[in-house]
Write a protein that binds this ligand. Structure first.
Ligand SMILES: *[C@@H]1O[C@H](CO)[C@@H](O)[C@H](O)[C@H]1NC(C)=O
Ligand SMILES: *[C@@H]1O[C@H](CO)[C@@H](O)[C@H](O)[C@H]1NC(C)=O
Ligand SMILES: *[C@@H]1O[C@H](CO)[C@@H](O)[C@H](O)[C@H]1NC(C)=O
Ligand SMILES: *[C@@H]1O[C@H](CO)[C@@H](O)[C@H](O)[C@H]1NC(C)=O
Ligand SMILES: *[C@@H]1O[C@H](CO)[C@@H](O)[C@H](O)[C@H]1NC(C)=O
Ligand SMILES: *[C@@H]1O[C@H](CO)[C@@H](O)[C@H](O)[C@H]1NC(C)=O
Ligand SMILES: *[C@@H]1O[C@H](CO)[C@@H](O)[C@H](O)[C@H]1NC(C)=O
Ligand SMILES: *[C@@H]1O[C@H](CO)[C@@H](O)[C@H](O)[C@H]1NC(C)=O
Ligand SMILES: *[C@@H]1O[C@H](CO)[C@@H](O)[C@H](O)[C@H]1NC(C)=O
Ligand SMILES: *[C@@H]1O[C@H](CO)[C@@H](O)[C@H](O)[C@H]1NC(C)=O
Length: 873
């Protein structure tokens, strides 16, 4: 190692400490796993032990065989290294594991975010998940995933921290709902799985997150005065809503999963044995590895027994002190017998097998960027007391032609809500007057707000760790100016007094609504939109109203993280058109100009409902702001979130889920339904039994394997190592106070399990629906067919009337052109979770299932009745 050269970067350290929870009351002692604050009666998390081994799924066989060869030869130090981060700011990435150089395994680099490479350069800032969801375009979902994976690989990121499918969008004010794909489990599941497949096709490991119930930002983490909130979720709601997209991600072969900070049923997600051992690894058959969120690690032995495989960034309750719940303490827990050796072997095998599964043993680059600085040289370990320095940024350009994908996603997401008198598309000769700071750039400079923690200029993404720096930004002003000379710009949020209006002038008004992650507060909003509510920021409603008073033709463009209220102006006579451009990323202006001037018809659809009032939502989905005592966030609305709720409560929203107009019109015709796999039984047939898993010598290794005296390298102070002084003094015992229900005898295979994502029979295609879509208008465009399932009352359960289960988008159809679409739905798509039987239950032979296809949840002209054929309204 290079000699100590510089003091640690003190401001960085201070920043880290100030945003960090202090010691959690749950000490490193599994007994405390059972100490719970009072959740409502019945909500508790039953014990589920031991952790099932990975390796039994057939498409992981060869990766596990390679991993077994390596792990069987590893010392305890090497094994512990791979499970534990090296510490906060202890390397180039937001997190990195220790290494095992004898086997060619480097420090594995983990880096944000779900929309691109965070804190880097020469990267693409893709549009975030909510924008991707709004495209309803599967090809783009996959292609964007490939782009993110290529950029991760190019920068040397082994494990990219995305996609996010939790939060699901339960809370309209929730700070991070824009990182996921929309307020529906199938939309999240399909988009998330395609993103994972795309990312992992490049060799990068994708990370599905945050598991689970992380639906608000405030009080997600523990602090001096309170514990992180508890999401109290009943079993059926968990399975049918929040777990659904995770199951799809596991089915897609995702390599890594990140736990949430919060509790579920008063048991922290990173040490909840029911969630990790039971549901994720047994029922869903997850073959990859589980990591904590950053500093979301609360106990050493307890989390290991509960199914955690990797702690990030490695530190204990307080970062930068050089201690960890794992690292050397994991070595101690193995030597003293508290963590069974087979558990550690399984953790390491899962990590190494995932590395092989993605082919990272062959020519995978090492990190060539630094998340800590933009300078070429810098500290190698900024969190260390003393750190060597060196070249940390090689400024590798990884953008390729991803700008084309970024623009296509942003363009295809643009959702036309209203277009009276076909005011859109605009003509290049139209006289335009453009208002709003959201049409311009950040007046303080591109990327001037760290992690996008401000709302200045066009809103390209929310704020927090789910961001990436913009390599460049095409603002709406630039995008529009590139197309027309006839636009005048007022980059201000207060309507100017000196505007002169001619009769044919069109006002284009830009407004936005922002949110983000809890560690940054923007304009009084600590992540969640506590201050702004669901209203436009910066008095955007007033700006629209002022324009609507002066102009007879107003077009409103909205950049928003989620649901936004439009009631103050939507029915005004002069507000002719509304475009929701979601969060467009770097190609904001070009993608908008593409649609505004009619080079493309809009083809986006709302990935959530637009309400008329916030009181339209159930009370239980409000942000809970309670500074003392643990928040009990009980999901009393059950399955009824977003459109499921609006329909159930018979509330007509302003714009329904799935809504989106075009410049042309489409007609559905000639629908048909066929049975592909008959649902002969209510429950799926028994799954085939598991394949074998690696077998190791599980005796406690020699203490010398983790002894400092066995090493001779220069130690970096505060860096996290697996080594101990005098480990020979540790004796194994069996007097550890294991939690109630702890067992080392494997549980019987859950009947809903059997493959990745669950019983493979759940994913048999049950029905195939064909429908022809014809462009009946006079312009080119793309149509989306959304398929909603209505399950029969005969299932005996209160079930949402309409549930999106599939969608397809046409290619570009010219006037008069048609395309035939096929929409396939699985057994699981028409099943409910039977809490008693613990399995998915479908109507036998699909009796009574209705399948609706259309343009939105409120506009479904096609109806197919299983056994009864199809009709068009
Ligand atoms: C949480 O408690 C509810 C209510 O008893 C139960 O249905 C559910 O299975 C529990 N979930 C977990 C993960 O423990
Ligand atoms: C592990 O050890 C075995 C037996 O000593 C040997 O055959 C094998 O090649 C080793 N594998 C690796 C990857 O070191
Ligand atoms: C553990 O990882 C560190 C780097 O994080 C490395 O220096 C050390 O050599 C590794 N230990 C072993 C036994 O490979
Ligand atoms: C073994 O070591 C771990 C880590 O320090 C500790 O939490 C646990 O209590 C120890 N077990 C016993 C029986 O002392
Ligand atoms: C950085 O990335 C480039 C291009 O992907 C690669 O050739 C190089 O080896 C990487 N740097 C290191 C240190 O691996
Ligand atoms: C995308 O990037 C490529 C390569 O840098 C460049 O040649 C091209 O002009 C860009 N395309 C668009 C649409 O911005
Ligand atoms: C736009 O204006 C120019 C100059 O007045 C005219 O030549 C052209 O035909 C107009 N184009 C359209 C599409 O109206
Ligand atoms: C400007 O317009 C041209 C033609 O539509 C387009 O190719 C280009 O991508 C646009 N944007 C920029 C920044 O040049
Ligand atoms: C639309 O489809 C319906 C039913 O298939 C058909 O009756 C109607 O004529 C079609 N309309 C147009 C404009 O093609
Ligand atoms: C100590 O370091 C030297 C040089 O790096 C190496 O050759 C030697 O094998 C090391 N010894 C031990 C005991 O690890």
């Amino acid at each position: 190692m290079a000699p100590w050269t510089r003091l640690a970067f003190v401001p960085l350290l201070a920043q880290a400490v100030s945003s960090t929870p202090v010691a959690d009351p749950r000490h490193d002692d599994a007994v405390h796993l059972d100490q719970r604050d009072s959740a409502p009666e019945g909500y508790d998390s039953p014990p589920y032990y031991p952790t099932p081994y990975g390796g039994w799924a057939s498409d992981w066989t060869s990766a596990y065989a390679k991993a077994q060869q390596v792990v069987s030869n590893m010392t305890l130090a090497e094994k512990v290294n791979l499970t534990t981060g090296t510490g906060f700011y202890m390397g180039p990435c937001v997190g990195q594991t220790g290494s095992a150089p004898r086997f060619g395994i480097p420090n594995l680099c983990l880096q944000d975010s779900p929309l691109g490479i965070r804190n880097s350069d020469h990267n693409t800032a893709f549009p975030p998940g909510i924008t991707v969801g709004a495209t309803f375009n599967k090809d783009l979902m996959y292609t964007r995933g490939v782009g993110i994976g290529e950029e991760a690989r190019g920068k040397g990121v082994n494990i990219q921290l995305g996609p996010a499918v939790g939060p699901l969008g339960r809370k309209p004010r929730g700070g991070r709902i824009w990182e996921g794909f929309g307020a529906d489990p199938s939309l999240q599941g399909i988009a998330g799985a395609l993103t994972i497949r795309g990312m992992q096709s490049t060799g990068a490991i994708a990370t599905i997150k945050h598991y689970i119930g992380n639906e608000q930002e405030m009080y997600r983490m523990s602090s001096v005065i309170t514990k992180g909130y508890s999401s109290n979720i009943d079993d059926r709601t968990l399975h049918e809503l929040y777990l659904w997209p995770f199951a799809e991600g596991v089915r897609a072969g995702v390599g890594a999963l990140m736990t949430a900070y919060n509790d579920v049923n008063s048991s922290a997600c990173s040490q909840n044995s029911k969630l990790l051992n039971g549901i994720l690894k047994d029922e869903l058959g997850f073959q990859g590895f589980v990591m904590t969120d950053w500093l979301g690690h609360y106990t050493g032995v307890g989390s290991a027994l509960s199914g955690l495989d990797m702690c990030m960034p490695g530190d204990g309750a307080v970062p930068l002190l050089g201690d960890s719940y794992w690292g050397s303490e994991m070595s101690r827990s193995i030597l003293n017998g508290s963590v069974p050796v087979d558990r550690l072997n399984d953790m390491v095998t899962r990590i190494v097998a995932t590395w092989y599964q993605m082919g990272q043993d062959e020519d995978y680059p090492l990190p060539n960027f630094s998340t800590n600085t933009e300078d070429e040289t810098g500290l190698l370990y900024p969190g260390a007391l003393f750190s060597p320095s060196g070249v940390v940024n090689q400024y590798v350009n990884v953008q390729g032609t991803h700008n084309i994908t970024a623009r296509a996603v942003a363009r295809e997401a643009i959702t036309l809500l209203k277009n009276e008198g076909n005011i859109l598309p605009l003509g290049k000769n139209d006289s335009l007057q453009v208002f709003g700071t959201d049409a311009g750039g950040n007046s303080d400079g591109l990327n001037s707000c760290s992690d996008m923690g401000c709302d200045k200029g066009v809103l390209t993404m929310g704020w927090g760790s789910g961001t990436a720096r913009l390599p460049y930004l095409i603002t709406p002003q630039e995008g529009i100016s590139n197309v027309t000379q006839n636009a005048k710009f007022y980059i201000t949020d207060s309507f100017p007094s000196d505007v002169t209006v001619s009769a044919n002038d069109i006002a284009v008004v830009f407004i936005n609504a922002d949110s983000g992650e809890n560690y940054i507060t923007v304009e009084g909003n600590p992540g969640d939109r506590t201050e702004a509510g669901l209203y436009a920021w910066h008095n955007g409603d007033d700006l629209v109203k002022a324009a609507a008073e002066k102009f007879s033709q107003v077009v409103v463009v909205i950049h928003t993280v989620g649901p936004i209220l439009m009631e103050e102006w939507i029915d005004l006579e002069s507000v002719k058109a509304v475009l929701v451009a979601h969060l467009p990323g770097q190609e904001a202006g070009n993608s908008l100009a593409d649609v505004l001037f009619g080079d493309y018809s809009p083809s986006g659809h709302m990935p959530y409902t637009i309400p008329r009032s916030e009181s339209d939502y159930p009370d239980s989905v409000g942000i809970i702001n309670q500074p003392f005592g643990q928040i009990q966030d009980t999901y009393t609305e059950g399955l009824y979130i977003d459109y499921r709720h609006f329909i159930n409560a018979n509330i007509t929203p302003r714009y329904p889920f799935g809504h989106g107009l075009s410049y042309t019109t489409f007609n559905f015709s000639n629908p048909s339904i066929s049975v592909v796999t008959a649902l002969n039984t209510a429950y799926p047939p028994t799954a085939p039994s598991h394949g074998s898993t690696p077998v190791y010598n599980d005796s406690i290794p020699a203490a010398s394997e983790v002894s400092w005296s066995s090493t001779n390298f220069t130690r970096i102070w505060r860096y996290l190592y697996p080594y101990l002084d005098n480990p020979e003094s540790i004796t194994a015992s069996d007097d550890y106070p294991y939690p109630d229900g702890y067992s080392t005898t494997p549980q019987p295979a859950p009947r809903a399990g059997g493959g990745q994502g669950g019983n493979p029979a759940l994913f048999d295609v049950a029905f195939s629906v064909q429908v022809d879509v014809k462009n009946t208008g006079s312009r080119s465009g793309k149509a989306v067919a959304q398929l909603y399932v209505e399950l029969p009352a005969s299932l005996g359960l209160d079930t949402p009337l309409m549930q999106l289960r599939q969608f397809e988008k046409t290619g570009t159809l010219g006037p008069g052109q048609s395309e035939s679409l096929t929409l396939e739905i699985t057994r699981k798509d028409v099943s409910v979770w039977d809490v008693e039987v613990q399995d998915w239950k479908a109507p036998v032979n699909g009796e009574g299932i209705k399948i609706w296809v259309g343009n939105s949840v409120a506009d479904t002209p096609v109806l197919c009745v299983v056994g009864g054929g199809c009709s068009v309204e």
